[in-house]
Design a protein around this ligand. Structure first.
Ligand code: NAD
Length: 340
């Protein structure tokens, strides 16, 4: 029987999680919530999702606009086996304390929430077993997910002594007209190291003290980019390329093929016919992979709106104890979405 999944917060991440859950043969979407009756709410109903008001006091707004809702979150929460919270960063932890714990329903929070509010932090490659059967888990951010996957590949062929990463972050998602910068490069955070290293450690504790990161925000909406410098006990370029090939959800792209920027990588995702041009996998530039004196260098991009989506699906399977082998869950999710 399919497990019942409620999506609380049908925004950039929520609508993608809903569509991915709907593609699984062992899961069903029992509802999605919105705070207001905007175009996303109307499209959710058109797609056939049952829509609920995330905030009961706003129920009237939907009725006024003629957007059909089935009730409020409190009319559906008791039917859910698990809630995937996709509310804006910081709100998830309030929902956890005020709703999910009160109704004793399992919940996944997203990367905008702090690690300390949940039992553990999830990445399908690293912490599936730790999260197995747990009640409150956080799927880490898009950047942390991308780094975890690549460190997994490197770690599979050598030992990581220390890694330094510069994150070049997109200023806003494409649908966001309020954020920036429009014409600047912003150290964010201006303090070094940034919080991204400790976030990786929340998934991979053995990297404590080994991952040092700094980050800037630039005027682009398509993707993030990471430049990684990883000191190892010794490896070769071929071994790293082979490890990337064998690691799920990372792949190499070649600038020589024209995939020489985030712009053409997104064009590639469009040409693949991906929904919303989502690139769930992390593309690593083949030309950038190099090993100098035991230090691995590489550059990768991260499609911020989509790389965490398959992780949410695997996290549901782990928390509800639906599959005890992480690689089997990854394979099932990948097949359902069309990830190579
Ligand atoms: P979003 O603003 O696109 O969507 C959030 C949705 O939640 C909106 O529909 C909003 O109306 C709704 N909402 C607001 N208050 C709510 C409440 N109290 N209860 C339920 N829903 C509420 O945000 P997003 O980009 O989808 O981000 C969601 C989470 O995912 C955040 O933690 C964020 O950090 C994380 N995340 C975002 C990205 C990204 O690039 N967009 C990537 C990875 C992780």
């Amino acid at each position: 029987m399919a497990v019942k999944v409620l999506i609380n917060g049908y925004g950039s991440i929520g609508k993608r999680v809903a569509d991915a859950v709907a593609k699984q043969d062992d899961m069903e979407v029992i509802g999605v919530t919105k705070t207001k009756p905007d175009f996303e709410a109307k499209l959710a109903v058109e797609k056939g999702y049952k829509l609920f008001a995330a905030i009961p006091e706003r129920k009237g707004l939907f009725e006024e606009k003629g957007v059909e809702i089935e009730g409020t979150i409190f009319d559906v929460i008791e039917d859910a086996d698990i809630v995937v919270d996709c509310a804006p960063g910081g709100i998830g932890k309030d929902n956890l304390e005020n709703i999910y714990k009160k109704y004793k329903v399992k919940a996944i929070l997203q990367g905008g929430e702090k690690a300390k509010f949940v039992e553990d932090s999830f990445n399908a490659l690293w912490s599936y077993d730790r999260c197995y059967g747990k009640d409150y888990i956080r799927v880490v951010s898009c950047n942390t997910t991308g780094l975890c996957r690549t460190f997994y590949a490197v770690d599979s062929v050598t030992d990581i002594v220390k890694a330094r990463v510069v994150l070049i972050r997109r200023g806003a998602d494409p649908n966001d007209a309020k954020r920036g910068p429009i014409n600047a490069i912003v150290p964010n955070p201006p303090t070094v190291p940034s919080h991204h290293g400790p976030d990786v450690v929340s998934v991979v504790p053995k990297f404590e003290g080994k991952i040092l990161t700094s980050a800037v925000i630039v005027p682009t909406t398509l993707m993030h980019m990471h430049s990684l410098m990883i000191e190892t006990t010794g490896t070769t370029r071929d071994a790293i390329l082979d490890a990337i090939e064998k690691t799920p959800r990372v792949f190499t792209v070649s600038a020589e093929d024209g995939l020489n920027s985030t712009a053409t990588i997104i064009e590639y995702a469009r040409d693949l016919g991906r929904p919303r041009y989502d690139l769930w996998e992390i593309p690593i530039w083949e030309e950038s992979v190099n090993v100098v004196d035991n230090e691995v260098f590489l550059m990768q991009a991260v499609h911020q709106e989509s790389d965490v989506i398959p992780e949410n699906i695997d996290c549901i399977r782990a928390m509800l104890q639906m599959e005890d082998d992480n690689m089997k869950s990854i394979e099932k999710t990948n097949k359902s979405l069309g990830i190579k």
